[in-house]
Design a binder for this molecule. Structure first.
Ligand code: PDD
Length: 291
């Protein structure tokens, strides 16, 4: 596999980052995961905008010589060079505050310190079977920090929640804060309650997922009733459908929560319609617009 690291294209096994890197020492950086179909990036302007917002919040600038246009070119080149331009793939982008040669210190390194930029492409982890059957989920306390809207690389609470889900034979965890369902450990969460599709509103407690926004657009097109309003965890037992959305998740119906069936115990009509329409949009992707 060929990856991109700080301006160079090199074999993944040869890619090396300094032990001084603040990504390694502090989790001081942001990332994006974008889906690609036949070599074209899906909803890329949306991902670029979120990345820019994240950089700004961390007081990081775009790396010199690598703005949105160049990042698109790098991503597409990696898809091609790695033989991933035929089917579906994902592109991972990570930008950290760098720090090579700077002793560990909490405060930022000198402004002249270049950031570390890493980009890699891989095959899309198709879980079509599971999406058709529906997945299990567990509930977990949401113990994350107060800026979950930023896609930072520090993901320890997400990792622990996802691992607990895995250990319980579930796909993901529904995170619960102050009695409200916020999102998944690696996805956004939707619930159909009293015939209305509900999801947590945007804000510091959730990541505004690109797939979430696409799904909301599709729901509006289909005329489905939607409210961006959090669901109480105690109402999960009354939901007729629950599903996760995300770049690597697609639309994943949840048919069981903490061992109890959701609705009929099978993927419901709302999730199925959204899956279908998302598929149509993915299949329609051609060039990757920049903005
Ligand atoms: N994660 N919420 C969280 C906490 C996430 O980690 C993700 C995606 C999402 C969905 O966002 P999007 O639709 O833009 O992918 C929501 C990525 C895919 C990951 O960490 O692998």
């Amino acid at each position: 596999m060929i990856v991109y690291l700080n301006g160079a294209y090199l074999d993944r096994a040869a890619a090396r980052v300094s032990v001084d890197d603040r990504g390694f020492l502090f989790g001081d950086g942001v990332y994006e995961v974008t889906r690609a179909v036949r070599g074209h990036l899906f909803a890329h302007p949306h991902h670029l905008r979120r990345l820019e917002r994240g950089l700004h919040a961390l007081e990081l600038a775009w790396p010199v010589g690598l703005g949105p246009a160049e990042l698109t070119t790098v991503s597409e080149r990696l898809l091609l060079e790695n033989g991933l331009a035929d089917g579906e793939a994902t592109v991972y982008v990570q930008i950290t505050r760098g720090g090579e040669g700077v002793p560990r210190q909490h405060v930022f390194p000198p402004a002249s310190t270049p950031p570390t930029v890493f980009v890699a492409a891989s095959r899309f982890p198709s879980r079509e079977d599971l999406r058709r059957r529906g997945a299990a989920a567990i509930t977990e306390p949401d113990v994350r920090w107060g800026r979950c809207d930023l896609k930072t690389i520090q993901l320890l609470p997400n990792i622990l929640a996802k691992q607990r889900a895995e250990a319980a034979g579930a796909y993901d965890a529904l995170l619960v804060r102050d009695g409200l369902v916020t999102e998944g450990a690696q996805s956004n969460a939707f619930m159909v309650l009293d015939d209305v599709m509900r999801t947590h509103p945007p804000g510091p407690r959730v990541l505004t997922g690109v797939t979430r926004d696409v799904v909301l657009e599709i729901a509006a097109e289909l005329g489905l009733p939607v409210r961006e309003e959090a669901v109480h965890a105690i109402d999960l037992s009354r939901t007729s459908e629950v599903f996760f959305t995300g770049t690597t998740t697609d639309v994943m119906p949840v048919v069981q929560i903490d061992g109890r069936p959701v609705g009929t115990g099978r993927p419901g009509p709302v999730a199925r319609q959204l899956q279908e329409k998302l598929r149509e949009r993915l299949d329609a992707v051609t060039a990757s617009p920049l903005a």
